[in-house]
Design a binder for this molecule. Structure first.
Ligand code: HEC
Length: 284
């Protein structure tokens, strides 16, 4: 194998390896504790979301987190993408009220949410949210796995990282709870999940660990709803590039073989080149 072949091969392998590598940002923000390093099914080049897990995660969000956190970037109709039937998604939406209007009399009115509405916010505005949460603001969770180092592992860690008592010598401020993975360890959110926090209908065991993974996977989906689409396209692009590169390589060899063999050994170029050399030769 020539040097050039080795370089072409190595760069091809490297570019594929880079595109396949899962992101491994596993440092907790500000905390010394390394985050859990769970293998998420949607990672890797062929990974995809597990729709039964996303449905469980959505259930946890609606039953537990939605009391304090909004997910403003997602619409009820998007629930159909993760495996809910249209009727199920409609039923979930109809449990929430939205402001609409003005009607014919010019007045605003409220009506049950529809598939075309975004997830309804639990609080009218930031001040209302803060005053209900001891002054702390429960952030919107639409893209939380992108907004925090560690992504889904961070959410998973945050859900499972509560300790009943702070370590000796650690003074917790009033209204805060000790969490191993939260930056600074004092968080205003009380532990939201416990064993059997929600009742699963698909037979999965309702442990804290399972709840935490399911809601983290769901939040990874809300952050990356187009992930699978993107991966499918990525695989196609890589295959296309591999085929194209091989074709160009074969083509290049054929062209250069002909030039080397015919033209530069006994073609007109060789004669021209030789006369050129002879012309420039100085008699010694
Ligand atoms: C009773 C209200 C309440 C509930 C229920 C709740 N949270 Fe929170 N959450 C908060 C508050 C308040 C904060 C801000 C904490 C702070 O800044 O100290 C927060 C912060 C967070 C953060 C951001 C932490 C960070 O790094 O800034 C995440 C992620 C989060 N919650 C996830 C969840 C999930 C998932 C659920 C459901 C399983 C949930 N929360 C349920 C009130 C709540």
């Amino acid at each position: 194998m020539s040097m050039r072949n080795i370089i072409i091969g190595a760069s091809l392998v490297a570019s594929i390896a880079f595109s396949v590598m899962p992101s491994t940002t596993i440092a907790a923000e500000g905390g010394a504790e390394p985050l859990p390093n769970h293998k998420w099914g949607y990672e890797g080049i062929f990974g995809s979301f597990d729709s039964t897990q996303l449905k469980r995660g959505a259930q946890i969000y609606f039953e537990v987190c939605a009391g304090c956190h909004s997910i403003e970037m997602v619409y009820y109709r998007n629930l159909v993408d993760i495996g809910f039937s249209e009727d199920e998604a409609k039923a979930i939406a109809s449990e929430y009220e939205v402001q609409d209007g003005p009607n014919d009399e010019g007045e605003m009115f409220s009506r049950p949410a529809r598939l075309s509405d975004r997830f309804v916010k639990p609080f009218a505005n930031e001040n209302a949210a803060r005053s209900a949460n001891g002054g702390a603001f429960p952030p919107d969770l639409s893209v939380i796995t992108k907004a925090r180092h560690g992504g889904a592992n961070y959410v998973y860690g945050l859900m499972t990282g509560y300790m009943e008592e702070a370590p000796e010598g650690f003074e917790l401020s009033e209204g805060t709870y000790y969490n191993k993975y939260f930056a600074g360890h004092q968080i205003f959110m009380a532990q939201p999940l416990f064993d059997e926090a929600v009742e699963y209908t698909d037979g999965t065991e309702a442990t804290l660990d399972q709840h935490a993974k399911d809601v983290a996977a769901f939040l990874a989906w809300t952050s990356n709803p187009e992930l699978e689409e993107r991966k499918r396209l990525g695989v196609k692009v890589i295959l296309y590039l591999i085929i194209l590169t091989s074709m160009f390589y074969v083509l290049k060899r054929r062209i250069w073989n002909r030039i080397c063999l015919d033209e530069y050994t006994h073609g007109p170029y060789v004669e021209e080149f030789e006369t050129e050399i002879n012309k420039n030769k100085r008699p010694n």
